[in-house]
Ligand binder design. Sequence first.
Ligand code: CU
Length: 152
Amino acid sequence: MSRPYRSARTAASAATLTLLIAASAHAAVRTQVIGVKLQDPSADPSVKGMEIVIDHHTVKAGRVELKAVNLSKSLVHEVLVLHDPGKKPLPYDTANAEVNENHVHSLGEVGDLPPGHSGTLTLNLKPGKYLLFCNEPGHYADGMKTELTVTR
Ligand SMILES: [Cu+2]
């Protein structure tokens, strides 16, 4: 009876090894979460204008989940992600007071969040600089934007 016992043990070790491999593979693709607060003075009197506040400005390349929450009491906000255009101004639609979304390459967005609502967006980001901004009318011009750096 010792033979089946040994093979059962071998099977158990193999299962453990498989679990370890699965665990390390899981660690390699873990999702980094960035909290994104969308706010304006209606959210809190200490907020001076249209703001997008993120809790990590630097993450590693890979899966990144934006967890956006609109803390406003009265305004719709959203968050779009673009490659940072650097010094180049974004194409702007003056009549509608917004970035012209037809002429930028959006990597994704959590669009049109009513006050108090939240939403998520998961992206696979390569190293580089990214721009997060709100494109509700007037908000980008009012400074509702922030930068994110993705490192190797
Ligand atoms: Cu906004």
